[in-house]
Design a binder for this molecule. Structure first.
Ligand code: ADP
Ligand code: MG
Length: 391
C-alpha cells in the first residue's frame, strides 16, 4: 500500500543528555467505554485474559534467563569494517553516520552505525556506548533489532545490525499525516510486547520515539538505538531522552524507573493517531511545564477509546500509569483499544501487517530520507585506546 505524501518536514528530534532544568480533555471514562465501531462488536469476548498473561510471564522468565546469561558472558562477534562494502548513507547518528553496507562474503545487507571515538569522549558518554553494546549483545526479541557484529579501529567504534528497509516510523507518520487506527494499534502492540520484555530483563530504553522505531520489509517493527538504555534495579536519576517524549518524573529529578518508557509509548500513540506530539512549547521550559501538568488537547475526531488508552499512559503520577500497576501488561492488553489485537499472532508475526512498505529489493533505501553521502575520517594512529578498552 502506498501512502500519500503530505508533509516534507523530516527534521528529526534530537535525543540528548538534557541538563535540568489545550485544555486537556479530562477523560476518566475508562469504566464506561464500550468497544467502538464494528471493530469490537458488543458481547465479543476480549482477546486477552489473565491466563494468557500468566503464560506470557513464564515465556518472559525464560527470555530473562537467556538475557542474564549473555549479559554475564557475552559472545563477541567481531567483524572489521573492511569486510563490508559501503553502499549508501542512510542515517545521521548522534556521534557519527549510519550506512547501508553489504558483507563482502555473505552479501547480506546491514546497517552500520559508526561512532567517532573523539566525539564520544568529548560528550562524556563512553560508558553509555559500552553499555549499549553490552545490552544489545544480550537482547533477543522479535521487535528489538539484533546486534550482529561490533568492531573498533583507530578512530571509530561500529555496531552492525540487519538493515530494516521499511524506514523509520517517523517518516511514515510524516508522510501519512496521521495513521489509520489499525496501524497505530499494530505498532503500539509490538511496542507493548517489546517494553514488557525489556523491563522484565531490567532494561529501561529511555528514548522511545518514532525515529527509533524501524519498519522491516514485511511490515513489522524493530526498536533501535539503545544509546540511553540502562539496567536498573530500583531507580535512576539521569535527565536524558528526547524533550517531546520525556516523562514528568525525569524532569522532576527525584528518581524514576521503567515507567518512563510507558509515558513515551503514550506520546507515541498520540503522535501516530494525530500526526503531532501531545506536548509542545515555544521553548524547552514551556514544554516541560506542559509535561509536568500532563495537560494536552485531543482532537474531537479522536475516539473515546483512543483517548482513554493515551490518558492511561500519559498519567503524570507514575504509580497510576498503565504498565506500572500491579497487574502490569494485563491492563494494557485487555484495554478496549486493543480488543481486536491478536497478541499471539503479533508476537509470532503471523498477523498480516496493515501496511507493507514498498521495497523493490533488500537494499532499497527509498523509504529513508535521502542524505548527502558521508565519509569517515581516516586516523593514522589509534586514539582513546584506554577509554574503549572494554568495547
Ligand atoms: N537497522 C537499521 N536499518 C535501517 N536504518 C537504520 C538502522 N539502524 C539505524 N538506522 C537509521 O539510522 C538512524 C540513527 O540510528 P540510531 O541507532 O537511532 O542512532 P542515534 O543514537 O545516533 O540516534 C535511525 O533513526 C535510522 O534512520
Ligand atoms: Mg536514534
Amino acid at each position: 500500500m502506498t501512502v500519500p505524501r503530505i508533509s516534507n518536514d523530516h527534521s528529526r528530534r534530537k535525543s540528548s543528555n538534557l541538563e535540568a532544568h489545550g485544555d486537556g480533555s479530562e477523560h476518566n471514562d475508562h469504566d464506561k467505554e464500550k468497544p467502538h465501531g464494528t471493530a469490537s462488536p458488543e458481547g465479543k469476548t476480549p482477546s486477552f485474559n489473565h491466563e494468557k498473561q500468566k503464560m506470557h510471564k513464564r515465556y518472559l522468565n525464560l527470555l530473562k534467563e537467556e538475557f542474564l546469561k549473555l549479559y554475564k558472558n557475552p559472545i563477541e562477534y567481531e567483524k572489521s569494517p573492511d569486510e563490508f562494502d559501503v553502499i549508501k548513507t542512510i542515517g545521521a547518528g548522534a556521534f557519527g553516520t549510519v550506512f547501508l553496507v553489504r558483507d563482502t562474503i555473505s552479501f547480506y545487507y546491514y546497517a552500520m552505525k559508526t561512532m567517532e571515538k573523539s566525539a564520544i569522549v568529548q560528550k562524556k558518554v563512553v560508558r553509555q556506548i559500552i553499555r549499549e553494546k553490552k545490552v544489545l549483545q544480550a537482547l533477543s526479541f522479535p521487535f528489538v533489532v539484533p546486534l550482529e557484529f561490533t568492531s573498533k579501529d583507530n578512530g571509530y567504534v561500529y555496531f552492525v545490525v540487519p538493515f530494516e528497509a521499511g524506514g523509520e516510523l517517523y517518516t511514515l507518520i510524516k508522510n501519512t499525516g496521521a495513521l489509520p487506527e489499525a496501524w497505530s494499534q499494530f505498532y503500539a502492540a509490538q511496542m507493548v510486547l517489546a517494553l514488557e520484555y525489556l523491563h522484565h530483563c531490567c532494561v529501561v530504553h529511555r528514548d522511545v520515539k518514532p525515529e527509533n522505531i524501524l519498519i522491516n520489509a514485511s511490515g513489522y517493527i524493530k526498536l533501535v538505538d539503545f544509546g540511553f538504555c540502562k539496567i536498573i534495579k530500583t531507580r535512576t536519576w539521569t535527565l536524558c531522552g528526547t524533550p517531546e517524549y520525556i516523562a514528568p518524573e525525569i524532569i522532576m529529578g527525584k528518581g524514576y524507573s521503567y515507567t518512563v518508557d510507558w509515558w513515551s509509548l503514550g506520546v507515541l500513540i498520540f503522535e501516530m493517531s494525530t500526526g503531532y506530539p501531545p506536548f509542545y512549547g515555544a521553548n524547552r521550559a514551556k514544554l516541560y511545564d506542559k509535561i509536568l501538568i500532563g495537560k494536552f488537547k485531543t482532537p474531537e475526531t479522536m475516539s473515546k477509546i483512543t483517548k482513554s488508552i493515551i490518558r492511561h499512559f500519559l498519567e503524570v503520577d507514575p504509580t497510576k500509569r498503565y504498565g506500572s500497576l500491579k497487574t502490569g501488561g494485563y491492563d494494557i492488553k485487555s484495554h478496549a483499544w486493543f480488543h481486536e489485537t491478536n497478541w499471539d499472532g503479533i508476537l509470532h508475526q503471523k498477523d498480516i501487517p496493515p501496511y507493507i512498505p514498498v521495497c523493490k529489493d533488500l537494499a532499497d533505501t527509498t523509504n529513508f530520507t535521502s542524505r548527502s553521502e558521508a565519509k569517515l575520517k581516516s586516523y593514522a594512529q589509534p586514539v582513546f585506546e584506554d577509554e574503549f578498552a572494554d568495547f
